[in-house]
Design a protein around this ligand. Structure first.
Ligand code: CP
Length: 309
């Protein structure tokens, strides 16, 4: 008998544009009809294996499975698993895939979730691997953009902060570059510029227009979306560099004075200092809504990967 092919989500490119549009449609339907979905995963178990800290991704995955009527198990730090005794990720996955129907895993090493797929009997979802990818954050970001702007085409998107280590930025650029007439304003200090491989493989290859600048206010009047990011302390080799760069950008009301009235300000969170709290009550601040949308898009993704109709 032919082995059933398991569907994983490791990179946002694992999903076609059509599939992303379908997930967003389902997530919007879940938002409007929560009860209709509340028992669809009865009897199913999600494992959340987090080898790195998380608030939103882990808890929104767990909330998503519980809101679908399923159950969850897992760990939130490697020190509370047998990895601390020297067990490999591969062995951990081989075992946990016998305890669960789907696994969401976060790991500091780039490529670890891809390795996990070779040992797993159930779908693997990359919940963030090092400075590489974070595809479910991208789905969350796309749902937010769709709900706030009503479209993915014809947008000028400012990405600000740590564009080097910010995995959410790499995944979002990859995903939204597939739509029409997207322009990027890449705002970062010299040391935290977008990696060359993202520019070459995504932006240049697809003839996407982009401008690089250090100044957050220079193009603020042109932006439809401003996506702020945290300087990723955990990826720095040198603490002095982190301290020098961590407060390079602090968005506040004053800096927004020339921004469009319908600008959508996003941030994958956690925020440290890069958005002043005086922006929180501005109608253009979307980052807490964005965090909530993460639950509904993850519900849609779980249903898709488990092939629940
Ligand atoms: N956005 C995000 O990945 O947040 P957490 O690190 O809290 O999961």
């Amino acid at each position: 008998m032919e082995k059933k092919k398991i569907r994983n989500l490791i990179d946002i490119k694992d999903l076609s544009v059509k599939e992303i549009d379908e997930l967003i449609k389902v997530a919007n339907d879940i938002i409007d009809n929560k009860e209709k979905y509340s028992k669809l995963c009865d009897g199913k178990i999600l494992a959340t294996l987090f080898f790195e800290p998380s608030t939103r991704t882990r808890l929104s995955f767990e909330s998503a499975m519980m809101r679908l009527g399923g159950k969850v198990l897992g760990f939130s730090e490697s020190s509370s698993s047998s990895v601390s005794k020297g067990e490999s990720v591969a062995d951990t996955i081989a075992v946990v895939s016998g305890y669960s129907d789907i696994i969401a895993m976060r790991h500091p090493k780039e490529g670890a979730p891809l390795v996990a797929t070779t040992k797993s009997k159930v779908p693997i979802i990359n919940a963030g691997d090092g400075g590489h990818n974070h595809p479910t954050q991208t789905l969350t970001d796309l749902l937010t953009i769709k709900r706030e702007k009503g479209k993915f085409d014809d947008l000028t998107i400012g990405l600000c902060g740590d564009l080097k280590f910010g995995r959410t930025v790499h995944s979002l650029i990859t995903a939204i570059s597939r739509y029409k007439n997207i322009k990027f304003i890449l705002i970062s200090p010299e040391e935290l510029k977008l990696p060359e491989y993202v520019k070459e493989e995504i932006l240049d290859k697809n003839n996407i227009e982009y401008i690089e600048t250090k100044d957050i206010e220079e193009y603020i009047d042109k932006l439809d979306i401003l996506y702020m990011t945290r300087v990723q302390k955990e990826r720095f080799f040198n603490e002095a560099d982190y301290i020098r760069l961590k407060d390079y950008y602090i968005l506040n009301k004053e800096k927004l004075k020339n921004a469009k009235k319908d600008l959508c300000i996003m941030h994958p969170l956690p925020r440290v200092n890069e958005i002043h709290t005086d922006v929180d009550d501005d109608d253009r601040a979307c980052y807490f809504k964005q965090a909530e949308y993460g639950v509904y898009i993850r519900m849609a993704l779980i249903l898709k990967l488990l092939e629940v109709k």
